[in-house]
Design a protein around this ligand. Structure first.
Ligand SMILES: Nc1ncnc2c1ncn2[C@@H]1O[C@H](COP(=O)(O)OP(=O)(O)OP(=O)(O)O)[C@@H](O)[C@H]1O
Length: 422
């Protein structure tokens, strides 16, 4: 028998926990949670959004004085602070009214294309009940939309949160049944059994979606529209400076924050990208065992961020949807002079890719459906084109760069890892 003593010692060392040891001990990050994207920073870390915060606070304050607040729709590019402003003010509002005669409750919904009216009211009911003193049980499935809404939501708000309900719906353009949801929320106060205010804050980075809100919804919602402009480079620097304490003192090289801000400013002044880059640069330094985070780590992180964003966008996509994207990366790479590819071209290459990974390829119509889904989630762009004799046809183009799309696909799809080369 081989002598396992040294292995034994190593395992014991790993398993041993001394007081003060924490999981994922890092020489770089002191407060890593400050750089989590979902983290809502304290007021003193928020930069340049005072007007939006004040507007929203004044508007929601009306809930406390029996006047009617406006519903709000926030528009602006990704990472311009729309969600942050809404969540920050709602958190403060809940805190300010907790323990009063009229507490206010807020819910935050982040939908996807398969979100339905029922799933949305279930989620709102779940969140409201989770904050209630005497919550009702909200089962994950099995109830109708009306049951979730009329039996599990309104009575709890009525009983425990007489100050009213604020619902934040992020990315309204991604929601499968958003018109129905907005219509219900905006009409609720005219119903007999509801005598508390219900306010909706909808968020979107797709300004064209404004036109897709049905007119009956527009006229009951009567939203106040707020536009968020991209951050300037110096604002991005300030945002990062305000979270410098995520890192241990002295580990950030002087160039890190300016380089991160510069890269994020190139990408339409996107604070989400800036925060992500900042965190990833630290993680890379950590993994490489470096004591100092440098601008080079930021540049490495820049490539990773593309891949990470892409992987988030294709999360939940069926295998055939990913194989279609893979086919498009192959076309893109092999035709450097072209940017747009027709459905039939993509479908043809996709059939080869599918067979290579031993999957039965889907037919043309299903492929078209899957490609269009990628357009909704922002992975692809599409356009219709007059093709002379061939009538109208649709073409697609990748939104991100081809290298990161491919890396993201391979990382998230085990089946594709066997395919070498383009
Ligand atoms: N003014 C700001 N001050 C400090 N941090 C900010 C600011 N704006 C955005 N951030 C940070 O950037 C990240 C993204 O912000 P947020 O989610 O609010 O963007 P968004 O406009 O809602 O984007 P999306 O449309 O993609 O949802 C978050 O981590 C947030 O904390």
């Amino acid at each position: 028998m081989p002598n396992n003593d040294s292995t034994q010692t190593t395992v014991d060392e790993i398993l041993n926990v001394d007081e003060g040891d924490s999981e994922d001990e890092s020489d770089i990050f002191e407060k890593p949670w400050l750089l989590e994207i979902d983290n809502v920073p304290d007021a003193n870390r928020i930069v340049g959004r005072d007007d939006h915060i004040t507007f929203l606070a004044k508007n929601l304050r009306k809930m406390r004085t029996n006047s009617v607040p406006d519903n709000v729709l926030e528009w602006g590019e990704t990472g311009t602070g729309k969600t942050l402003v809404a969540r920050h003010v709602c958190e403060r509002l809940e805190a300010a009214t907790a323990g009063t005669d009229s507490p206010i409750v807020t819910a935050y919904i982040n939908p996807d294309p398969i979100s339905t009216y029922t799933s949305t009211f279930r989620k709102i009911a779940e969140q409201v009940n989770a904050k209630a003193e005497n919550p009702l049980d909200v089962p994950y499935q099995g109830l109708s939309a009306e049951h979730y809404r009329d039996q599990k939501l309104w009575p709890v708000v009525q009983r425990e949160f007489s100050g009213g309900l604020v619902v934040i719906i992020d990315e309204i353009d991604k929601h499968g049944e958003v018109n129905e949801v907005l219509y219900t929320l905006s009409r609720t106060q005219s119903k007999d059994d509801v005598d508390f205010p219900v306010v909706t804050i909808g968020i979107s980075n797709d300004i064209e979606f404004k036109g897709e809100i049905e007119s009956r919804v527009q006229s009951t919602l009567q939203p106040e529209h707020r536009t968020f402009t991209p951050y300037e480079e110096d604002q991005l620097i300030a945002i990062l400076e305000n979270r410098r304490d995520a890192f241990y003192d002295g580990v950030l090289d002087d160039e890190v924050i300016p380089t991160t801000a510069e890269l994020a400013a190139e990408e339409h002044g996107d604070a989400r990208r800036a925060v992500r880059l900042f965190r990833n640069a630290g993680e890379i330094a950590d993994e490489e065992g470096d004591d100092i985070v440098t601008a080079n780590h930021v540049l490495e992180a820049d490539e990773l961020v593309e891949v990470e964003l892409f992987m988030e966008m294709v999360k939940g996509t069926p295998l055939s949807g990913k194989l279609l994207l893979f086919a498009l990366t192959r076309l893109d790479r092999n035709n450097p002079e072209k940017e747009w590819f027709r459905t039939s071209e993509i479908h043809e290459v996709y059939q080869t890719v599918a067979r290579d990974v031993e999957v039965e390829p889907k037919g043309y119509n299903r492929a078209l459906e899957l490609l269009n889904k990628h357009v909704t989630t922002g992975v692809l762009e599409s356009k219709k084109k007059e093709g002379g004799d061939q009538g109208k046809f649709r073409s697609y183009s990748l939104q991100g760069d081809v290298e990161s799309t491919r890396t993201g696909l391979i990382n998230s799809t085990p089946e594709l890892q066997t395919l070498m080369g383009w």
